[in-house]
Design a protein around this ligand. Sequence first.
Ligand SMILES: [Ca+2]
Ligand SMILES: [Ca+2]
Ligand SMILES: [Ca+2]
Ligand SMILES: [Ca+2]
Length: 414
Amino acid sequence: MASLKKIFRNAFRKGSGSLIESKKYDLGTQIIAEPASGDIDNDGVPEVIIGTRDGHVIAYTETGEKKWSFKASGTADEVEAMFLEAGAENSIDSKPFLYDINKDGKQEVIVGTQSGVVYALDCKGKHLWSFKAGDAVKGSAKALDADGDGKEEIVFGSSDGNAYVLDMRGKPKKKISVGSSIESTPAKFKGLMIICTSKGEIIAYNKEYEKEWVYKTKGRITAEPNVLIMKNREEKIVVGSTDNNLYCINEDGTLNWLFETKGAIYSKAEITDINNDREKEIIFGSCDNNLYVLDEEGKRIWSYETDFWIIGTPLVMDINDDGRKEIIIGSYDNNIYVLSGEGVYSVEYIPGLSGITAQEGSYSDINTQTPGEVIGKNLWLIRVEDIVIGCCQAGRNLLAGTKNGSVIWLKHNY
Ligand SMILES: [Ca+2]
Ligand SMILES: [Ca+2]
Ligand SMILES: [Ca+2]
Ligand SMILES: [Ca+2]
């Protein structure tokens, strides 16, 4: 079936116009963390923030002009350094967190490193504060009101087995021992703080820092949990595990549904309405090489198979400005895939491509009475030199970071 799908895929019309590389830098060090984007200095134009393995935080304009660079300098002690590859002690392993922590209308950049230092930089790259955890900080930080005092705190986890709660000036408020290392990013969920652990636990803490509930998966969780707001306004936690399953957890910590893939899930599932039917879809990649699009009940709407693992979080943006959303995924097969958010109908029985030829072009031609299924539709494929770590949107541009340290800007041209 998979190979036939590939034949079908090739029969479809590709996206019109092309994606052109408008800028590229080779940073001379690896990129491990997904890039982040946001208008951090509040001038109406988005910036892009990249963290590197040699400890640099670099800000670019949406079109790729370098604005500033910061070098993390906190060094690991000798014992720690023994277990780290040379030069990697300041490695930035997770997506920079952009948030206005001091309420001056401009966003700060918060990053964590291998040596366990969390830095807060202002929108110009100036160091505001730093805090040292006991071991590596491999997930991103988050802002949420952890203790119910009406003010948000900065929360992150560390490989030292603790979740840290800091005030907005970087002063520690609470250290919560969770019993195993944390590689994931905290989430806010119905007044609770969600921490996921390397033992596969999804733990909900209340304002007193007591465990409200724990749900145990069978793998490690590195993915950031996301919150699904359903049609009936119920809220659920959605998170993938390296046990190959995507979990949807109820408010009381019981399982709502799980979706089984055939590979580990490492990154956050995106949750948004990608096909304009006013219902949210759940979009995520797996190490079974597929991108999945599920409905809120956990039923597969469509999936798309690449040639290798999908580790990064899917990016949803309207790259060609046609009012329809595209899904952009980077794969370990060195390609960036730009897929139609809607997918496309295919007939279930195969012989001949007649059904397909009739479907080519406009979506209104598609006869939904035909017994069939929706499959992914690839609009553009961009080949790059190495594994694609992550993609983000920078205005009209698409930005991709590759493991060998390339930062690439792509722009759609008609
Ligand atoms: Ca800006
Ligand atoms: Ca600020
Ligand atoms: Ca939808
Ligand atoms: Ca579009």
